[in-house]
Structure formats: C-alpha cells, structure tokens
Ligand binder design. Structure first.
Ligand code: AP5
Ligand code: MG
Length: 229
C-alpha cells in the first residue's frame, strides 16, 4: 500500500502514520522528521534548515523532493509506505507521481485527516515528543506515565521549536494556502479519502482503516471511473 497522509499541523498525521505503518508492516516516512534530523547537523545546510523549521516556513521544494526521493529508493519502501508531511505543494505532488512512475508503481490513496483549527492549536501547544524514539504525547489527551519521560524507551520528552504560538499561526496560514490545490489534485485523480480527525487516536485509526477497506477498488478501475465521470 502506498499512502499519503494530509492534514493541517497537529491533525495527527504523525500519530496515525505510525499506527498505519505498524499495522501494514510498511515504513513511515515523515519529511518533517527527516528535515529535523538533518537540521541538527552543525553545518551550513543544518543551519539553513533550522532557519526554515523554526520559523514554520516551507523548505524549498527541490530539497524536500530530493530527500524523499532518496528515502523512497531504500529497499523497505519497495513494499509500500505511508508518507507524512509530503507532498505539501502541488509541485511536490507532481514530483511524487513522477518518482512513482519511474518505479512503475502508483499511489493508492491520499488520506486527509480533517480537524478544526482551534483543536489543532490545542493539540500543538500540549504536544511532547520523545528525543530518542520520536513517540508522541500530549500533556492533556495522551500524557506519559511519568511527566517528561517516554513510556516506550525512557527518553526525554521535548517541546518542538516550531510549536510556539506565533510559529503555529504561520504553519496554519501556510496549510490554508497549500491545501486546496493539493486536495483538488488528488480528488481529480480519484484517490482522495477524507476522514474526520476528531475523537481519540484509536477512533481516528479505525475510521482510516474503514475508509481504506471500503475503497478496495483497484487504481486502474478508479482511473477509468474518473475518466468517465
Ligand atoms: P511536520 O513535522 O510535518 O509538521 P506539521 O505538518 O506541521 O505537522 P505536525 O507534525 O505538527 O502534526 P501532525 O499532524 O503530525 O500531528 P501529531 O500526530 O504530532 O513539518 C514541520 C516543518 O518541516 C514544516 O513546518 C516545514 O518547515 C518542514 N517541512 C516538512 N515537510 C515539508 C515539505 N514537504 N515541504 C516543505 N517543508 C516541509 O499530533 C499532534 C498532537 O496531537 C500530539 O501531541 C498528539 O499526541 C495529539 N493527537 C494526535 N491525535 C490526536 C487525537 N485524535 N486526539 C487528541 N490528540 C491527538
Ligand atoms: Mg508530524
């Protein structure tokens, strides 16, 4: 299964991508995590990346496309993948299609997790992430057993540098600008599934699983139907 997860900042893309990847035995590829890891390097490129990330600005398409292309070439991605945070622009979506075309495969679905903005702000301000294994918590909705300590690996939990109020506002603005053309692109291809992202992570996971199971039509059949519509 080749999946893209779309949704605003804090919609639960990372949370759901981890669950789907574990259930289907495919890798979770998160461009935000790849960029944050590259941004930790004490090099010119590392500093440049931190500049974009800390401001909540989009990293240039060429950089992110290259990073994703390299990651999708790794053998584990041959079985499929869940992409989280990519594509974010129409240009990135077109590049993803080209990458897949070169591998003679296609995207199966693009799932958009829909959550109202006031809820997104609440989720981001309370998010804590494990420095070691990347597990996600929320001080209110999903607290760790011991404050500041990861349940899974005992690692330290931290607040992301882009989860400050001003940066969250910037990220929301950018999502508003980029989302419509991206959703239209996938809607036209007949691969877009919209899922309500309110409710517990487990309930949202079930909704996504149901949406995927209810749309088991093969991609060529869907393509034919879209052309006839
Ligand atoms: P990225 O890391 O992708 O951030 P984002 O899109 O802003 O999304 P988040 O990771 O903040 O939220 P999420 O949807 O994963 O939610 P989560 O599961 O954590 O990108 C960061 C930056 O990298 C960008 O700003 C940009 O600079 C750059 N970048 C990345 N990709 C790029 C690209 N393609 N092009 C250009 N630049 C790019 O959940 C949030 C919180 O809510 C957590 O605390 C979680 O525990 C909680 N939660 C989750 N689900 C639920 C639920 N159902 N109920 C209650 N709480 C929940
Ligand atoms: Mg995320």
């Amino acid at each position: 299964m080749r999946l893209v997860l779309l949704g605003g900042p804090g919609a639960g893309k990372g949370t759901q991508a981890r669950l789907i990847a574990a259930r289907l035995g495919i890798p979770h590829v998160a461009t935000g995590e790849l960029l944050r890891a590259a941004g930790r390097a004490d090099t010119g490129i590392g500093r440049q990346l931190r500049g974009y990330l800390d401001k909540g600005a989009l990293v240039p398409d060429e950089t992110v496309v290259e990073l994703t292309r390299e990651r999708l070439k790794e053998p584990d991605a041959g079985r499929g993948f869940v992409l989280d945070g990519f594509p974010r622009t129409l240009a990135q979506a077109e590049q993803l299609d080209l990458m897949l075309e070169q591998q003679e495969v296609q995207l199966d679905y693009s799932v958009v997790v829909q959550v109202p903005e006031d809820e997104l702000v609440k989720r981001l301000s309370g998010r804590r992430t494990c420095r070691q294994c990347g597990a996600m918590y929320h001080v209110g909705f999903r607290p760790p057993r011991v404050a500041g300590v990861c349940d899974v690996c005992g690692g330290e939990l931290y607040l992301r540098s882009d989860d400050t109020e001003q940066t969250v506002r910037r990220r929301l603005e950018l999502y508003r600008e980029q989302a419509t053309p991206l959703l239209d692109y996938y809607r036209r291809q007949g691969v877009l599934l919209a899922v309500d992202g309110l409710g517990s992570a487990e309930i949202v996971e079930q909704r996504i699983a149901l949406a995927l199971a209810g749309n088991h039509q093969s991609r060529p059949d869907r393509d034919r139907r879209a052309r006839m519509a």
